[in-house]
Design a protein around this ligand. Structure first.
Ligand code: F6P
Length: 370
């Protein structure tokens, strides 16, 4: 048996732990493991290396991915980029399958988020045996209770919220911490709860300028002269759009966000004249060592992926259900994003302790626009 493995999409703490888990479990069964370079780019371009025990030794706690990754390489719509230009996308999935077969790869483990898993599903439908492993710091895949990488990002974001408290209090300012989270506000919501944020703004609940300003003003009236705002990069006003900083052509999701926190600062300074400072966490949340939870989950997912291949359960993805590594179909995995819903525990918790969600109607659990 010879299996291939690749990491696709944005990097994330825990990718190396999965690569290690898959490789160790496969080698122990006497299988061979081939690592493809830079996600599906390496499959299309035929760039790979054999992985053995030595290659995966010591990588459990390392961030990033030893295999490299790409968030633009989609074999079904492949863009060749000679320096300074971009060619029209071509379907090179046939070439990808041919390259896998040429190497004698019997099954492929694709580790990635929504984009990568969609490609994996298409390859499976094309007849190549694939299993998926869910990754993303955004935790926005509905078919698993949690993705690896989320807990690590949450730890960084929570520490940032903790740390800005002292400056906020000393200077009687509003400190605004901007987290990642494009379409789902899980990082902002959980870090906001864990770090004691006073206002949490997420993509699922469009904010109202006057409600944000009122929340800060109300706190000041109660003698709390500082406030902490935690805002997800994908947050948007009730009658407006997300803050897009750039468009990455050829990416499975071309929008790159960032900077909404400056808009929030502008609102607060203009409406109630309280000094604000902004911290945009950005890729700091994706770097560094995975937390123990993510190492545990990533290793469990790696072993589960090998188990799926052994049982010939292709077209499936490892998934965590009630703390047990199980599996779901790739079709189910890519069907729907997991977003914050109006009945979720986190929203009830935040509202329960009096946190503002930037929209007075939402605090009454009415009119949640999700
Ligand atoms: O999807 C994961 C994510 O980290 C998002 O939270 C963020 O918007 C995006 O990737 C950033 O992508 P890039 O690394 O291409 O800037």
């Amino acid at each position: 048996m010879k299996i291939g493995i690749l990491t696709g999409g944005g990097d994330c703490p825990g990718l190396n732990a999965v690569v290690r888990g898959v490789t160790k479990a496969a080698l122990r069964k006497g299988w061979e493991v081939i690592g493809f370079k830079d996600g599906f780019k390496g499959v299309v371009e035929g760039r790979s290396e054999r992985l053995d025990d030595r290659d995966v030794s010591g990588i459990l706690i390392r961030g990033g991915t030893i295999l490299g990754t790409s968030n633009t390489a989609n074999p079904f719509s492949y863009t060749i980029r000679p320096l300074g230009s971009i060619e029209a996308p071509k379907d090179l999935s046939g070439l990808a399958v041919k390259n896998l077969e040429k190497l004698g790869v019997n099954a492929l483990v694709a580790i990635g988020g929504d984009g990568t898993l969609n490609i994996a599903y298409k390859l499976h439908k094309k007849g190549f045996p694939v299993v998926g492993v869910p990754k993303t710091i955004d935790n926005d895949l509905s078919a698993t209770d949690v993705t690896f990488g989320f807990d690590s990002a949450l730890t960084v974001a929570t520490e940032a919220v903790d740390r800005v408290h002292t400056t906020a209090e000393s200077h009687q300012r509003v400190m605004i911490v901007e987290t990642m989270g494009r379409y789902a506000g899980w990082i902002a919501l959980r870090a906001g709860i864990a770090g004691g944020g006073d206002i949490i703004l997420i993509p699922e609940i469009p904010y109202r300028a006057q409600d944000i300003a009122k929340a800060v003003a109300d706190r000041r009236r109660r003698g709390k002269n500082f406030s902490i705002v935690v805002v997800a990069e994908g947050a948007r006003p009730e009658k407006g759009e997300m803050t897009v900083t750039k468009i990455v052509a050829g990416s499975t999701d071309p929008l790159r966000l960032g900077g909404v926190s400056y808009k929030i600062a502008g609102i607060i300074e203009k409406q109630i004249n309280v000094e604000c400072r902004v911290v945009v966490l950005g890729h700091v949340q994706r770097g560094g060592e995975p937390t123990p939870f993510d190492r545990w989950l990533a290793t469990g997912f790696g072993v589960k992926a090998v188990e799926l291949i052994e049982k010939k359960q292709f077209g499936r993805m490892a998934a965590l259900k009630h703390y047990v590594c199980e599996s779901v179909t790739l079709a189910a995995a890519v069907r729907k994003l997991r977003r914050v819903g109006k009945d979720c525990q986190e929203l009830r918790t935040a509202v329960g302790v009096g946190t503002s969600l930037g929209n007075a109607d939402v605090q009454q659990f009415r009119g949640v626009a999700i």
